[in-house]
Design a protein around this ligand. Structure first.
Ligand code: MCN
Ligand code: CUM
Length: 796
C-alpha cells in the first residue's frame, strides 16, 4: 500500500498555501531598503532639471558646500573626472549619470548632495545655482524627425538626427501578396500612451564601501541584482568579487526596478569618496518623473481579410518614443522588444513589422511595466485591430476570433514572425469566457438598451503571450545569456534552504518555490527557507522580469530537486541494503519495489548524507542547477468586459468582467489569482484613469497622484476568475507557464474594446487611453476619434 504523502497537506504543487512572506509584511516587519540603517550613514538627495532641454552654462555649488552638515556635492563635472558622467544602458546606448553639457528631459539628474540627513541634503540641493540656456523641445516622434529638429544626442559623434534605429521583421513580399488578394483591408492607428509602474516603494540604494576590505556592499531595490553587480563592475571598474549587491524586501517592482539609475551610481561613488555608507531614497515625484516609463508607442497597422472572415496578412508600423536615452532593458536581438509577438494566437499566414525608434526630451524608458518586452503594446494593438476588423466585416466579435485562432491540433505552430507556440486551447478559453459573461443574453440586452438610448458595450481580449525569456540561443542582455538558477542545500535533519537567481518583489517566491521542492522531494514546504537577492549567496541569475521566474528559475528549482533526489536514491539503496535499481520513489519516500513496506523517508536519506553514507560517496546533500529553457512559455488569456457609457458625461462603468487564464499547471492557485487580480486592476487603471503626458515645453504633466490615479478597492470593479482550462507547458519540468503579466498585458484592450463597442455606429474608430470622461464625451458629441498623443492639448 502506498505511503506517499498527501501533496496538498505538505504544501506541494496545487496547494493554495498562504504566503509565508506576508507573515512579516502584515506585521510591519518587512525589511525594505529604507528600513536599513548603517553606522555612520549619510544621506543623498538629487537636484533635478526643471527644463526639458537646455544647455548648462554654469553650475555654482558653493552655497551648498557652505551649509553645515553637507559632506559632498557631486556634479557632472566631478563625475567626468572619474569617467562616470555617462554610463552604458542595457540597450547599447549611453545615459547621463549627472548632466554635463545639456539637460535632455525634465527631471534629469543634475547634481547630488550628501549630508548628515536628507533634509539638509534637500535644502543644499536648492542652494545650487544652475544657469540654463533653453533649447527647442521635442515630445513626440513626428517632431523628432521634422526638418531642422534639434539633435538631442549631440554628445554622440555618430548621431546626426534623432533616429535610434530602423528595424523590421517578417516577410514583406509575402505580406504584399496577401494584401493583393484581400477582399477587405481594415486599418487602425493609435497611440499607446506612456504609463508608469508606480510601485508603493520608490527606488533607492545604500552604498557601503569599506576601504579596509576593499569591499563594496550595496543594498538596493533591484529586480536583477546579479545584472547590477556586473554593471557596477564595468561602470565603476571595481573587481566583481569585491561587489556585493543585496536586494532586501522590495515593495513592488513592476519593471520599474530593472534599469540602472543615476541615483544608484552616485550613491556608490559618494560612498567610495567619503568612505561612509550613503543612502539614497527617491521621493514619489522623482520616481514618477524620471524612472523607467513604459510604452509611448504609435501603432499603425492594416489587416488583409477575406470576405468570409479569414485573416490573410498583417502589416504593422511602430514609432517608439524612447525619451532622451535608449535604455530599454530587453533582449539585445530585438530593437522593439517582442512587439512581433502580436497576432501569435491567430493563424496569420503573412506578416511584416517595421519599427522606428526616436529620441525625445522625455525621461528614458519605453519598456518596463508588466510587459515582457513590449508585449503589452503588441497585444493591445492586436486586440484593438481584431475588433476593428470584425466590425469592418460585419462579423460577430467572438466568431471572428474563433475562426482565426490557432487550433488545438495545430501545435506546435510557427508564427509568421518566427515564434514557436507549443500548446494551448484558445477556443475553449473563449467559450468559457462567453458563457461566464452571458454573451448571447448581453447582446440582446445591449440592443434593447440602445433602443432606449442607453449605451452598453462588450469588449473581448484574447491573447497568448511570450513569457519567460529566454532560451539562450535567442535571448541575452548585453551578451549575457538568459538562463537562471537554483541552489538547494538539504540540512541533516531534512530541512532545507533554497536560493535562486530570481528576485521576488511581491510575487511570493518564498512561498511558491518551496512548493516545487515539496512536490519533487516530499519535504514539507514549511521546512524549506527560500532566499533571493544577495549576490554573495544566491547562484548567478538574470533576475525577475518578463514573468520569467517560474518558466526559468522555477524550472531550475525542479531540476535541482531532482538532482538531490538522485543522490538521495543512492543513500536510500545503501540504507535499505538493496541495489539502486530496486528502489522506487513515491512522494517523500523511497521503498523496495518487491517489499513496499520497507522504505526510508527523504529525511532519513538526508541524515544519512551526513552520518551514514556509503563508502566513497561525497558527504552532504546539496546541489545547484542552471536552467536554459528550450523555449518561451505561452500562457493564454481571455478577458471579457461589459460596460455602460453615460452619453451625457462620458463616464463609463464596468458592469462585469470575467477572466479565463490558462497558465498551465498552477503551483499556487491563490497566488496565481492574486497575480491576475493585480494585473486586471492595473489594466483598468491604464484604460481608465492614469494620465501622464507632456506639454509643448516638455513639462511632464501628471507626475503626481492627483492626475496619475492609483485605483483603490473603491474604484476597482470586481473580477470573476476562471481556472478550468489547464494546458501544461510541454517543455517545463512541472508544466507551468508564466502568469505575472498576463492580465496587465491583455486587460487594457478588453476595457477599451468594450467602450468602443458601446459607441459602435457613431463613426468613432479609436479613443486613446486613458479613456477619460472628457475624451469619451468628445467622441460621442463630435463623432470623431480622440488622440491622446503629446503634446497635451491646452483644453486637457
Ligand atoms: N505562479 C504559479 N503558477 C504558475 C505561474 C506562476 O503559482 N503557473 C506563481 C509563481 O510561483 C510566482 C507568481 O505566480 O509566485 C508569479 O510568477 P511568474 O509568472 O513566474 O512571474 P515572476 O515571478 O517572474 O514575476 C514577474 C512579474 C512581472 S515581470 C511583473 S512586472 C510583476 C508581476 O510579476 N510585478 C509584480 N507581478 C507582480 N506582483 C507583485 N505583487 N509585485 C510586482 O512588482
Ligand atoms: Cu516589463 S515589467 Mo516586468 O517584466 O518586470
Amino acid at each position: 500500500m502506498s505511503q506517499a504523502l498527501d501533496e496538498i497537506k505538505i504544501g506541494g504543487l496545487g496547494a493554495s498555501r498562504k504566503r509565508v512572506e506576508d507573515n512579516r509584511f502584515i506585521r510591519g516587519k518587512g525589511n525594505y531598503t529604507d528600513d536599513i540603517t548603517l553606522p555612520g550613514m549619510l544621506h543623498m538627495e538629487i537636484l533635478r532639471s526643471p527644463l526639458a532641454h537646455a544647455r548648462i552654462k554654469s553650475i555654482d555649488a558653493s552655497k551648498a558646500w557652505d551649509i553645515p552638515g553637507v559632506h559632498l556635492v557631486l556634479t557632472g563635472e566631478m563625475m567626468a573626472t572619474r569617467n562616470l558622467a555617462w554610463m552604458p544602458t542595457l540597450s547599447y546606448d549611453t545615459q547621463a549619470v549627472l548632466a554635463t553639457d545639456k539637460v535632455r528631459f525634465q527631471g534629469q539628474e543634475v547634481a547630488c548632495v550628501i549630508a548628515d540627513d536628507p533634509y539638509i541634503a534637500k535644502d543644499a540641493c536648492e542652494a545650487i545655482d544652475v544657469e540654463y540656456e533653453p533649447l527647442p523641445v521635442i515630445v513626440n516622434p513626428e517632431q523628432a524627425v521634422a526638418e531642422g529638429a534639434p539633435v538631442i544626442r549631440d554628445d554622440k559623434d555618430s548621431q546626426r538626427d534623432n533616429v535610434i534605429y530602423d528595424w523590421e521583421v517578417g516577410d514583406a513580399a509575402g505580406t504584399d501578396r496577401a494584401f493583393a488578394q484581400a477582399d477587405v483591408i481594415s486599418k487602425l492607428k493609435l497611440h499607446y500612451p506612456r504609463s508608469h509602474p508606480s510601485p508603493i516603494e520608490c527606488c533607492g540604494s545604500i552604498a557601503d564601501f569599506n576601504r579596509a576590505t576593499s569591499k563594496l556592499t550595496v543594498y538596493m531595490t533591484s529586480q536583477a541584482p546579479h545584472i547590477i553587480r556586473a554593471a557596477v563592475a564595468m561602470v565603476a571598474e571595481l573587481p566583481e568579487h569585491m561587489i556585493r549587491i543585496i536586494s532586501p524586501d522590495i515593495g513592488g517592482g513592476f519593471g520599474n526596478k530593472v534599469p540602472v539609475y543615476p541615483g544608484y551610481v552616485c550613491s556608490i561613488l559618494a560612498s567610495i569618496l567619503l568612505e561612509r555608507p550613503v543612502k539614497w531614497i527617491e521621493d514619489k515625484s522623482g520616481n514618477l518623473i524620471s524612472t523607467g516609463f513604459a510604452r509611448d508607442v504609435y501603432l499603425d497597422g492594416e489587416m488583409a481579410l477575406r470576405r468570409d472572415g479569414k485573416i490573410l496578412g498583417v502589416r504593422i508600423h511602430t514609432d517608439a518614443d524612447h525619451g532622451a536615452f535608449f535604455s530599454d532593458a530587453q533582449p539585445s536581438k530585438f530593437k522593439i522588444g517582442l512587439m512581433h509577438s502580436a497576432f501569435a494566437a491567430y493563424d496569420v499566414p503573412a506578416a511584416h513589422l517595421t519599427a522606428r525608434g526616436t529620441y525625445s526630451n522625455k525621461a528614458p524608458g519605453g519598456v518596463a511595466y508588466r510587459c515582457s518586452f513590449r508585449v503589452t503594446e503588441a497585444m493591445f494593438f492586436q486586440e484593438r485591430m481584431i475588433q476593428a476588423a470584425a466590425d469592418d466585416l460585419g462579423m460577430d466579435q467572438a466568431q471572428f476570433r474563433r475562426m482565426n485562432f490557432v487550433r488545438d491540433e495545430d501545435f506546435p505552430h510557427r508564427t509568421p514572425f518566427g515564434f514557436l507556440l507549443d500548446s494551448g486551447q484558445y477556443a475553449k478559453c473563449l467559450d468559457v469566457g462567453l458563457k461566464a459573461i452571458g454573451y448571447e443574453d448581453f447582446r440582446r440586452e445591449q440592443e434593447e438598451a440602445r433602443k432606449r438610448g442607453r449605451l452598453l458595450g462588450l469588449g473581448i481580449s484574447t491573447m497568448t503571450e511570450p513569457l519567460g525569456a529566454g532560451n539562450s540561443r535567442e535571448y541575452d542582455i548585453l551578451g549575457i545569456k538568459m538562463f537562471d538558477s537554483a541552489d538547494l542545500k538539504v540540512h541533516l535533519t531534512g530541512k532545507a534552504i533554497l536560493r535562486t537567481g530570481a528576485k521576488s518583489q511581491g510575487q511570493g517566491h518564498e512561498t511558491t518555490w518551496a512548493q516545487i521542492v515539496a512536490h519533487e522531494l516530499g519535504i514539507p514546504a514549511e521546512d524549506i527557507t527560500v532566499e533571493e537577492g544577495d549576490t554573495d549567496t544566491a547562484p548567478f541569475g538574470m533576475g525577475t522580469y518578463a514573468s520569467r521566474s517560474t518558466p526559468v528559475a522555477g524550472a531550475a528549482v525542479a531540476m535541482v530537486s531532482r538532482k538531490i533526489r538522485a543522490k538521495a536514491r543512492k543513500l536510500a539503496a545503501h540504507l535499505l541494503e538493496v541495489s539502486e535499481e530496486d528502489v522506487e520513489w513515491e512522494l517523500g519516500r523511497f521503498y523496495i519495489r518487491s517489499a513496499p513496506d520497507r522504505g526510508v523517508t527523504i529525511q532519513e536519506c538526508a541524515m544519512a548524507a551526513y552520518s551514514n553514507m556509503p563508502d566513497g560517496m561525497e558527504p552532504g546533500l546539496e546541489n545547484t542547477a542552471y536552467y536554459d529553457p528550450p523555449n518561451l512559455t505561452w500562457p493564454f488569456a481571455c478577458y471579457i468586459v461589459t460596460v455602460e457609457v453615460d452619453k451625457e458625461t462620458g463616464v463609463w462603468d464596468v458592469l462585469k468582467m470575467v477572466a479565463v487564464d490558462d497558465c498551465g499547471v498552477r503551483i499556487n492557485p491563490m497566488i496565481v489569482e492574486g497575480q491576475i487580480m493585480g494585473g486586471l486592476t492595473e489594466a483598468y487603471a491604464m484604460a481608465n484613469m492614469q494620465f501622464i503626458t507632456f506639454d509643448v515645453d516638455g513639462n511632464c504633466v501628471g507626475s503626481n497622484y492627483m492626475d496619475y490615479l492609483l485605483p483603490s478597492a473603491w474604484e476597482t470593479p470586481g473580477f470573476e476568475l476562471h481556472s478550468e482550462v489547464v494546458t501544461p507547458c510541454p517543455h517545463h519540468p512541472i508544466g507551468a507557464k508564466g502568469i505575472g503579466e498576463c492580465a496587465a498585458v491583455g486587460g487594457p484592450a478588453a476595457f477599451v474594446n468594450a467602450v468602443m463597442d458601446a459607441l459602435s455606429g457613431m463613426g468613432v474608430r479609436n479613443i486613446d487611453m486613458p479613456l477619460l470622461p472628457d475624451r469619451v464625451w468628445e467622441a460621442i458629441t463630435y463623432r470623431r476619434d480622440v488622440s491622446g498623443a503629446p503634446p497635451v492639448r491646452s483644453d486637457d
